[in-house]
Design a protein around this ligand. Structure first.
Ligand code: HSE
Length: 398
């Protein structure tokens, strides 16, 4: 029998408990022996919940117990998750997590500590919730050079943008509704400012490149400036606006950014709506591939954590190879990236004189015009845009 512990009994932690207890028989078969929860760590009490039988308030119960071979870290945040994870790994316990903040910041270091102690640090749930993407990048696609990873990696903002697109609502109204429904948090900055998606694309690029990508180096723009007028123009262009995380190979490195983008209805990511996520991967041999599913939520995320626990149980005493070294990857400057830019300018502006031949977009918005520039680099765009009053700019993808 393999004994495991869960640290944190919040949304994801209670989900992991539910997955393991509901699917106990099937999990035991797949592991080849019984896998049982011995502790759940949380500071709170849960009267009437069966978890009380295994609840502890003391981390030392888990760390001192040699029977515990695998721990799910689903506490979130950097501290004390980092210290607890490190101690578990050093004590010879594998750790499985959904904590993207911790993985993005200390992933390479924790993988190394795990290796040094013949255990595993697994984090399938840290990107794309229940969508398998870490394992495919780490095993199925290892014969490819990854040329691009782009995706919709945040469910909250995708829900909000879908609503704005379908119902013509204001950003603030949609945010309030998303908060009322429990999709957006009371302090929604991590989602709406793009920081969550930024950490996720940093993790994916680290795995694609094999080196540490610091999320602080990634240009990140959120959705707070998107308006119903932007969607009127998008519709005229047969496009929608999505918060995209994009990572493209440039020579020996990657160029990475998170920003809202206008994507055409024929683009594979156009149909990814509501809280769903999708990750588009282009390999130099594979060509295109897309991973789609529930990017957030209790059970999808818990399913990925519990799946990692099964994998850790099947590999006791063996290291699951992960291609992510601590050496930092210097990202390509995003100023070199070329694309078209959609700009809204005052009605009497002359965008052709400024940007060259492009395409005007008429959406019936009073006092302004819409214009899609020709392809140019970010640096060229920034230089030209300084010379004019731009009401709003959104990048055009594809
Ligand atoms: N806040 C995240 C999202 C949760 O909305 O996608 C999953 O990481």
């Amino acid at each position: 029998m393999i004994k495991v512990a869960i640290m944190g009994y919040g949304t994801v932690g209670s989900g992991v408990y539910e997955v393991i207890t509901t699917n106990q028989k099937s999990i035991d078969k797949k592991v080849g022996q019984e896998l049982r929860i011995k502790y759940v760590l949380d500071l709170r009490e849960f009267p009437g919940d069966p978890v009380m039988e295994v609840l502890t308030h003391d981390f030392e119960d888990i760390i001192q117990d040699e029977e515990i071979r695998i721990v799910a870290e689903v506490m979130g945040g950097l501290h004390p998750a980092y210290e607890f994870t490190k101690r578990c790994l050093e004590a010879g316990k594998s750790v499985c997590t959904s904590n993207k903040e911790l993985v993005a910041q200390h992933g390479a270091e924790l993988i190394q500590i795990a290796k040094d102690h013949q255990v595993n640090y697994l984090f399938e749930a840290s990107v794309g919730g229940g969508i398998p993407i870490i394992r495919p990048l780490n095993s199925s696609l290892t014969a490819d050079v990854i040329l691009e990873i782009s995706g919709i990696l945040n469910g909250t903002t995708n829900y909000m943008l879908t609503k704005m697109d379908r119902e013509g609502l204001d950003y603030m109204d949609v945010l309030k509704e998303a908060q009322d429904k429990g999709y957006a948090e009371l302090h929604p900055e991590a989602d709406v400012e793009g920081w969550d998606a930024c950490r996720k694309i940093a993790i994916l690029t680290s795995l694609a490149s094999g080196n540490q990508v610091d999320f602080q180096d990634i240009y990140t723009e959120g959705i707070t400036e998107i308006t119903p007028e932007d969607f009127l123009y998008a519709k005229k262009m047969q496009r929608s606006i999505k918060l995209l995380a994009i990572s493209r190979k440039v020579e020996d490195t990657y160029c990475v950014m998170v920003a809202p983008a206008l994507i055409h209805r024929e683009h594979p990511l156009y149909v990814v709506n509501d809280v769903f996520n999708a990750v588009f991967v282009k390999g130099n041999m594979l060509g295109n591939s897309m991973f789609y599913g529930s990017g957030a939520g209790k059970l999808p995320t818990a399913s990925a954590v519990a799946g990692d626990m099964v994998d850790a149980a099947r590999h006791l005493g063996k290291i699951i190879a992960l291609f992510w070294e601590p050496q930092k990857l210097t990202l390509a400057p995003m100023e070199q990236m070329s694309r078209r830019f959609f700009v809204r300018m005052e009605a009497d502006a002359n965008p052709e004189a400024l940007f060259g031949d492009g395409e005007r977009v008429e959406a019936g918005v009073k006092g302004e015009l819409g214009f899609v520039t020709p392809v140019m680099t970010e640096a060229e765009y920034a230089k030209k845009a300084k010379e004019a009053k731009i009401i709003h700019m959104i990048r055009v993808e594809g």
